[in-house]
Design a protein around this ligand. Structure first.
Ligand SMILES: [Zn+2]
Length: 391
Protein backbone atom coordinates (compact mmCIF):
# COMPACT_ATOMS: atom_id res chain seq x y z
CA UNK A 1 0.00 0.00 0.00
CA UNK A 2 1.44 3.44 -0.92
CA UNK A 3 1.66 6.07 1.80
CA UNK A 4 -1.12 8.14 0.29
CA UNK A 5 -3.44 5.17 -0.07
CA UNK A 6 -2.66 4.06 3.46
CA UNK A 7 -3.42 7.53 4.85
CA UNK A 8 -6.70 7.67 2.97
CA UNK A 9 -7.61 4.22 4.25
CA UNK A 10 -6.84 5.22 7.85
CA UNK A 11 -8.88 8.39 7.53
CA UNK A 12 -11.83 6.44 6.16
CA UNK A 13 -11.49 3.93 8.99
CA UNK A 14 -11.33 6.70 11.62
CA UNK A 15 -14.45 8.37 10.23
CA UNK A 16 -16.32 5.08 10.17
CA UNK A 17 -15.18 4.29 13.72
CA UNK A 18 -16.23 7.74 14.87
CA UNK A 19 -19.64 7.33 13.28
CA UNK A 20 -20.19 3.96 14.92
CA UNK A 21 -18.91 5.19 18.31
CA UNK A 22 -16.03 2.69 18.30
CA UNK A 23 -13.15 5.13 19.05
CA UNK A 24 -11.39 4.25 22.31
CA UNK A 25 -11.07 6.92 25.05
CA UNK A 26 -7.37 7.22 24.24
CA UNK A 27 -8.03 7.80 20.57
CA UNK A 28 -10.70 10.38 21.38
CA UNK A 29 -8.26 12.35 23.58
CA UNK A 30 -6.04 12.93 20.58
CA UNK A 31 -8.69 14.83 18.71
CA UNK A 32 -8.01 18.62 18.63
CA UNK A 33 -9.75 20.53 21.38
CA UNK A 34 -10.96 24.09 20.88
CA UNK A 35 -8.59 26.59 22.54
CA UNK A 36 -9.56 30.21 23.30
CA UNK A 37 -7.17 32.47 21.41
CA UNK A 38 -6.21 34.45 24.53
CA UNK A 39 -4.95 31.23 26.14
CA UNK A 40 -2.68 30.37 23.25
CA UNK A 41 0.99 31.02 24.10
CA UNK A 42 3.08 29.07 21.58
CA UNK A 43 6.78 28.76 22.38
CA UNK A 44 9.05 29.14 19.38
CA UNK A 45 11.11 26.05 18.54
CA UNK A 46 13.60 28.08 16.53
CA UNK A 47 17.19 27.72 17.64
CA UNK A 48 18.44 31.21 16.89
CA UNK A 49 20.87 33.65 18.43
CA UNK A 50 19.59 35.58 21.46
CA UNK A 51 21.61 38.70 22.19
CA UNK A 52 21.08 40.42 25.50
CA UNK A 53 21.73 44.13 25.00
CA UNK A 54 21.88 45.46 28.55
CA UNK A 55 23.06 48.95 27.61
CA UNK A 56 22.70 51.02 24.49
CA UNK A 57 25.96 51.26 22.55
CA UNK A 58 25.71 55.08 22.62
CA UNK A 59 23.93 57.48 24.98
CA UNK A 60 20.20 57.69 24.36
CA UNK A 61 17.68 60.50 24.38
CA UNK A 62 14.22 58.99 24.72
CA UNK A 63 12.15 61.52 22.82
CA UNK A 64 8.76 60.03 23.71
CA UNK A 65 7.82 59.36 27.34
CA UNK A 66 4.91 60.14 29.62
CA UNK A 67 6.10 60.88 33.13
CA UNK A 68 2.94 62.79 33.94
CA UNK A 69 -0.54 63.53 32.73
CA UNK A 70 -2.67 66.60 33.35
CA UNK A 71 -5.84 66.44 35.36
CA UNK A 72 -8.03 69.24 34.04
CA UNK A 73 -11.23 68.36 35.91
CA UNK A 74 -10.66 70.72 38.85
CA UNK A 75 -10.61 74.53 38.97
CA UNK A 76 -6.88 74.57 38.09
CA UNK A 77 -4.93 72.04 36.05
CA UNK A 78 -2.95 69.57 38.13
CA UNK A 79 0.03 67.45 37.14
CA UNK A 80 -0.36 63.77 37.89
CA UNK A 81 3.12 62.30 38.20
CA UNK A 82 3.29 58.67 37.07
CA UNK A 83 6.42 57.96 39.11
CA UNK A 84 9.04 59.56 41.33
CA UNK A 85 12.38 60.84 40.05
CA UNK A 86 14.14 58.22 42.21
CA UNK A 87 12.30 55.45 40.35
CA UNK A 88 13.27 56.75 36.92
CA UNK A 89 16.89 57.88 37.27
CA UNK A 90 18.46 54.50 38.21
CA UNK A 91 16.89 52.85 35.14
CA UNK A 92 18.20 55.68 32.98
CA UNK A 93 21.70 55.25 34.38
CA UNK A 94 21.77 51.50 33.95
CA UNK A 95 20.35 51.62 30.39
CA UNK A 96 22.57 54.49 29.18
CA UNK A 97 19.70 56.96 28.82
CA UNK A 98 21.10 60.44 28.97
CA UNK A 99 17.76 62.25 28.89
CA UNK A 100 14.04 61.65 28.70
CA UNK A 101 11.51 63.95 27.09
CA UNK A 102 8.27 64.10 29.03
CA UNK A 103 5.92 64.98 26.18
CA UNK A 104 2.81 65.31 28.32
CA UNK A 105 4.13 68.22 30.36
CA UNK A 106 0.72 69.89 30.34
CA UNK A 107 -0.23 73.55 30.28
CA UNK A 108 -1.14 76.27 32.74
CA UNK A 109 -0.27 75.45 36.34
CA UNK A 110 0.45 71.79 35.51
CA UNK A 111 3.28 72.79 33.18
CA UNK A 112 5.00 74.68 35.99
CA UNK A 113 4.56 71.74 38.37
CA UNK A 114 6.20 69.46 35.82
CA UNK A 115 9.08 71.81 35.13
CA UNK A 116 9.71 72.28 38.84
CA UNK A 117 9.59 68.60 39.67
CA UNK A 118 11.42 67.02 36.72
CA UNK A 119 13.43 69.52 34.76
CA UNK A 120 14.71 72.13 37.24
CA UNK A 121 16.57 69.72 39.58
CA UNK A 122 17.88 67.64 36.62
CA UNK A 123 18.02 69.85 33.54
CA UNK A 124 20.34 67.45 31.70
CA UNK A 125 18.14 64.43 32.33
CA UNK A 126 14.53 65.60 31.95
CA UNK A 127 13.09 67.72 29.15
CA UNK A 128 9.53 69.02 29.25
CA UNK A 129 7.09 69.67 26.41
CA UNK A 130 3.91 71.68 26.77
CA UNK A 131 0.49 70.85 25.30
CA UNK A 132 -2.30 72.91 23.72
CA UNK A 133 -4.96 74.19 26.07
CA UNK A 134 -7.72 72.40 24.16
CA UNK A 135 -10.31 73.01 26.85
CA UNK A 136 -10.32 76.66 25.87
CA UNK A 137 -10.27 76.11 22.12
CA UNK A 138 -13.87 77.24 21.61
CA UNK A 139 -13.45 80.48 23.56
CA UNK A 140 -13.22 83.79 21.69
CA UNK A 141 -9.62 84.93 21.24
CA UNK A 142 -8.27 81.38 21.56
CA UNK A 143 -5.82 81.69 18.65
CA UNK A 144 -4.03 84.63 20.27
CA UNK A 145 -4.24 83.07 23.72
CA UNK A 146 -2.72 79.77 22.54
CA UNK A 147 0.14 81.51 20.73
CA UNK A 148 0.89 83.42 23.94
CA UNK A 149 0.87 80.16 25.90
CA UNK A 150 3.63 78.84 23.63
CA UNK A 151 5.70 81.96 24.31
CA UNK A 152 5.06 81.60 28.02
CA UNK A 153 6.08 77.92 27.97
CA UNK A 154 9.31 78.79 26.17
CA UNK A 155 10.12 81.43 28.80
CA UNK A 156 9.44 78.92 31.57
CA UNK A 157 11.88 76.45 30.03
CA UNK A 158 9.73 74.00 28.04
CA UNK A 159 11.40 72.70 24.89
CA UNK A 160 8.59 71.76 22.53
CA UNK A 161 4.90 71.16 21.93
CA UNK A 162 3.11 67.80 22.08
CA UNK A 163 -0.17 67.28 20.26
CA UNK A 164 -2.06 64.14 21.20
CA UNK A 165 -4.33 62.27 18.79
CA UNK A 166 -7.06 64.18 20.65
CA UNK A 167 -6.88 66.59 17.72
CA UNK A 168 -8.78 64.89 14.94
CA UNK A 169 -10.34 62.09 17.01
CA UNK A 170 -11.67 63.43 20.32
CA UNK A 171 -11.76 67.22 20.43
CA UNK A 172 -15.25 68.36 19.53
CA UNK A 173 -17.00 71.68 19.31
CA UNK A 174 -18.49 71.83 22.81
CA UNK A 175 -21.67 73.59 21.72
CA UNK A 176 -24.06 73.01 18.85
CA UNK A 177 -23.22 70.24 16.44
CA UNK A 178 -20.53 68.55 18.57
CA UNK A 179 -18.52 68.05 15.40
CA UNK A 180 -14.94 66.86 15.59
CA UNK A 181 -12.40 69.67 15.25
CA UNK A 182 -10.15 69.13 12.21
CA UNK A 183 -6.38 68.92 12.59
CA UNK A 184 -5.96 71.71 10.05
CA UNK A 185 -8.55 73.98 11.67
CA UNK A 186 -7.40 77.56 11.15
CA UNK A 187 -7.67 78.51 14.81
CA UNK A 188 -4.41 76.64 15.48
CA UNK A 189 -2.38 78.45 12.78
CA UNK A 190 -1.03 80.94 15.33
CA UNK A 191 0.05 78.04 17.56
CA UNK A 192 2.06 76.32 14.80
CA UNK A 193 3.69 79.64 13.92
CA UNK A 194 4.49 80.42 17.56
CA UNK A 195 6.27 77.06 17.72
CA UNK A 196 8.43 78.03 14.75
CA UNK A 197 9.29 81.34 16.46
CA UNK A 198 10.13 79.62 19.76
CA UNK A 199 12.08 76.89 17.90
CA UNK A 200 9.77 74.33 19.46
CA UNK A 201 9.62 71.00 17.66
CA UNK A 202 5.99 69.85 17.42
CA UNK A 203 5.67 66.19 18.46
CA UNK A 204 2.38 65.18 16.91
CA UNK A 205 0.43 61.94 17.15
CA UNK A 206 -2.24 61.66 14.50
CA UNK A 207 -4.67 58.81 13.88
CA UNK A 208 -3.81 55.31 15.13
CA UNK A 209 -2.94 51.86 13.74
CA UNK A 210 -4.81 51.11 10.53
CA UNK A 211 -6.50 48.11 12.17
CA UNK A 212 -8.23 50.46 14.64
CA UNK A 213 -10.34 51.78 11.75
CA UNK A 214 -11.61 48.35 10.70
CA UNK A 215 -14.34 46.15 12.19
CA UNK A 216 -13.29 44.17 15.29
CA UNK A 217 -13.68 40.76 13.70
CA UNK A 218 -11.72 37.64 12.81
CA UNK A 219 -9.99 39.42 9.94
CA UNK A 220 -8.61 42.18 12.16
CA UNK A 221 -4.89 41.65 12.85
CA UNK A 222 -5.24 43.41 16.22
CA UNK A 223 -8.37 41.52 17.24
CA UNK A 224 -7.27 40.58 20.76
CA UNK A 225 -6.18 44.11 21.63
CA UNK A 226 -9.33 45.71 20.26
CA UNK A 227 -11.56 43.03 21.73
CA UNK A 228 -10.07 43.81 25.15
CA UNK A 229 -10.36 47.60 24.55
CA UNK A 230 -13.28 48.18 22.17
CA UNK A 231 -13.17 51.89 23.04
CA UNK A 232 -9.84 52.11 21.15
CA UNK A 233 -11.63 51.44 17.89
CA UNK A 234 -12.39 54.29 15.49
CA UNK A 235 -14.46 52.16 13.18
CA UNK A 236 -17.75 53.68 12.11
CA UNK A 237 -19.57 56.57 13.79
CA UNK A 238 -18.42 60.01 12.59
CA UNK A 239 -14.65 59.42 12.75
CA UNK A 240 -12.62 60.48 9.73
CA UNK A 241 -10.70 57.72 7.98
CA UNK A 242 -7.03 57.11 8.69
CA UNK A 243 -6.19 58.64 5.31
CA UNK A 244 -8.26 61.79 5.93
CA UNK A 245 -6.55 62.34 9.28
CA UNK A 246 -3.06 62.06 7.81
CA UNK A 247 -3.95 64.30 4.89
CA UNK A 248 -5.23 66.99 7.27
CA UNK A 249 -1.94 66.86 9.16
CA UNK A 250 0.05 67.13 5.93
CA UNK A 251 -1.89 70.29 5.04
CA UNK A 252 -0.73 71.78 8.36
CA UNK A 253 2.87 70.80 7.61
CA UNK A 254 2.68 72.35 4.14
CA UNK A 255 1.15 75.56 5.52
CA UNK A 256 3.87 75.99 8.17
CA UNK A 257 7.18 75.17 6.47
CA UNK A 258 9.22 76.90 9.20
CA UNK A 259 7.76 74.70 11.93
CA UNK A 260 9.61 71.46 12.67
CA UNK A 261 7.17 68.56 13.04
CA UNK A 262 8.05 65.20 14.59
CA UNK A 263 5.50 62.59 13.55
CA UNK A 264 5.21 60.21 16.48
CA UNK A 265 4.84 56.45 15.97
CA UNK A 266 6.57 56.72 12.55
CA UNK A 267 3.56 58.66 11.26
CA UNK A 268 1.85 55.56 9.88
CA UNK A 269 4.19 52.65 10.57
CA UNK A 270 2.27 50.08 8.51
CA UNK A 271 2.98 52.01 5.32
CA UNK A 272 6.60 53.14 5.14
CA UNK A 273 6.32 53.86 1.41
CA UNK A 274 3.61 56.41 2.12
CA UNK A 275 5.58 57.95 5.03
CA UNK A 276 8.59 58.20 2.69
CA UNK A 277 6.50 60.19 0.21
CA UNK A 278 5.57 62.64 2.98
CA UNK A 279 9.17 63.03 4.09
CA UNK A 280 10.42 63.54 0.55
CA UNK A 281 7.82 66.24 -0.03
CA UNK A 282 8.19 68.05 3.32
CA UNK A 283 11.68 68.61 4.74
CA UNK A 284 10.12 69.82 8.03
CA UNK A 285 8.98 66.29 8.98
CA UNK A 286 11.03 64.03 11.25
CA UNK A 287 9.70 60.80 12.78
CA UNK A 288 9.91 58.97 16.07
CA UNK A 289 9.16 55.26 16.53
CA UNK A 290 7.75 54.80 20.06
CA UNK A 291 5.44 51.76 20.46
CA UNK A 292 6.03 50.85 16.78
CA UNK A 293 9.02 48.50 16.79
CA UNK A 294 6.37 45.78 16.45
CA UNK A 295 5.56 47.28 13.05
CA UNK A 296 9.11 48.14 11.96
CA UNK A 297 10.48 44.82 13.14
CA UNK A 298 8.03 42.71 11.14
CA UNK A 299 9.22 44.42 7.93
CA UNK A 300 12.94 44.47 8.76
CA UNK A 301 14.22 44.90 5.22
CA UNK A 302 11.97 47.88 4.46
CA UNK A 303 12.69 49.31 7.93
CA UNK A 304 16.45 49.01 7.45
CA UNK A 305 16.23 50.90 4.15
CA UNK A 306 14.02 53.52 5.79
CA UNK A 307 16.59 54.10 8.54
CA UNK A 308 19.31 54.34 5.95
CA UNK A 309 17.50 56.90 3.82
CA UNK A 310 16.17 59.07 6.67
CA UNK A 311 18.97 58.56 9.18
CA UNK A 312 19.10 62.30 9.95
CA UNK A 313 15.36 62.55 10.59
CA UNK A 314 14.55 59.60 12.88
CA UNK A 315 14.42 59.96 16.66
CA UNK A 316 14.58 57.27 19.30
CA UNK A 317 11.39 57.04 21.39
CA UNK A 318 9.55 54.40 23.38
CA UNK A 319 6.25 55.99 24.48
CA UNK A 320 7.22 54.71 27.94
CA UNK A 321 4.63 55.09 30.68
CA UNK A 322 5.66 54.17 34.24
CA UNK A 323 3.28 51.43 35.44
CA UNK A 324 1.39 51.60 32.13
CA UNK A 325 -0.30 48.22 32.54
CA UNK A 326 -2.92 48.91 29.87
CA UNK A 327 -0.18 49.04 27.24
CA UNK A 328 2.41 46.30 27.95
CA UNK A 329 4.53 47.46 25.00
CA UNK A 330 5.10 50.75 26.85
CA UNK A 331 5.74 49.84 30.48
CA UNK A 332 8.74 51.89 31.56
CA UNK A 333 11.57 49.67 32.77
CA UNK A 334 14.84 47.91 31.98
CA UNK A 335 13.17 45.21 29.86
CA UNK A 336 11.50 47.71 27.57
CA UNK A 337 14.78 49.42 26.66
CA UNK A 338 16.60 46.13 26.16
CA UNK A 339 14.09 45.15 23.47
CA UNK A 340 14.50 48.48 21.63
CA UNK A 341 18.30 48.19 21.73
CA UNK A 342 18.14 44.60 20.50
CA UNK A 343 15.94 45.66 17.60
CA UNK A 344 18.24 48.51 16.60
CA UNK A 345 21.66 46.99 17.29
CA UNK A 346 21.40 43.26 16.47
CA UNK A 347 20.32 41.01 13.65
CA UNK A 348 18.58 38.62 16.03
CA UNK A 349 15.56 36.93 14.53
CA UNK A 350 12.00 36.35 15.64
CA UNK A 351 11.85 37.83 19.13
CA UNK A 352 9.15 39.54 21.19
CA UNK A 353 8.65 43.26 20.64
CA UNK A 354 7.11 43.82 24.09
CA UNK A 355 7.87 42.61 27.62
CA UNK A 356 4.65 40.55 27.71
CA UNK A 357 3.78 36.82 27.50
CA UNK A 358 1.48 37.44 24.51
CA UNK A 359 2.41 39.99 21.83
CA UNK A 360 0.01 42.82 22.77
CA UNK A 361 -0.18 44.66 19.42
CA UNK A 362 -0.72 41.72 17.12
CA UNK A 363 0.38 38.07 17.04
CA UNK A 364 3.79 38.27 15.48
CA UNK A 365 7.46 38.64 16.38
CA UNK A 366 10.20 40.87 15.09
CA UNK A 367 13.68 40.88 13.54
CA UNK A 368 16.61 43.15 14.44
CA UNK A 369 17.86 45.61 11.85
CA UNK A 370 21.51 45.78 12.98
CA UNK A 371 22.17 49.47 12.37
CA UNK A 372 25.81 50.55 11.93
CA UNK A 373 27.35 52.81 14.60
CA UNK A 374 27.16 55.86 12.36
CA UNK A 375 23.35 55.63 12.13
CA UNK A 376 22.90 54.43 15.70
CA UNK A 377 24.54 57.59 17.06
CA UNK A 378 22.22 59.77 15.03
CA UNK A 379 19.08 57.89 16.02
CA UNK A 380 20.03 57.45 19.66
CA UNK A 381 20.93 61.06 20.38
CA UNK A 382 22.39 63.28 17.66
CA UNK A 383 19.15 63.99 15.80
CA UNK A 384 17.30 64.76 19.04
CA UNK A 385 20.11 67.00 20.24
CA UNK A 386 19.83 69.05 17.08
CA UNK A 387 16.03 69.37 17.22
CA UNK A 388 16.00 70.14 20.94
CA UNK A 389 18.94 72.52 20.55
CA UNK A 390 20.88 70.82 23.31
CA UNK A 391 24.20 71.60 21.66
ZN1 LIG B 1 2.72 58.69 23.62
Amino acid sequence: MSNTTRREWLQAWALAALASGKLSAQQQDKRPQPLPINEYEPKSMLHVKETHVARARFPVIDFHTHLSFTNASGPTEKANFRAKREEILPVMDSKNIRAMVNLTGGYGAALEENLNYWQKPNPDRFITFTEPWFKRSAEPGYSKFQAEQIERAAKLGAKGLKVLKTLGLFLREPAGTGKLVAIDDRRFDTMWEACAAAKFPVAIHTSDPEAFFLPIDRFNERFEELNAHPDWSFHGRDFPSNRELHEARLRVVARHPKTQFVFLHVGNAEDLAWVSEWMDRHPNIAVEFGARIGELGRQPRAARKFFDKYQDRILFGTDAVPYGKETPQQIFGEKLYEIYYRFLETEDEYFDYAPAPIPPQGRWRIYGIGLPDRILKKVYHQNAERLLRLK
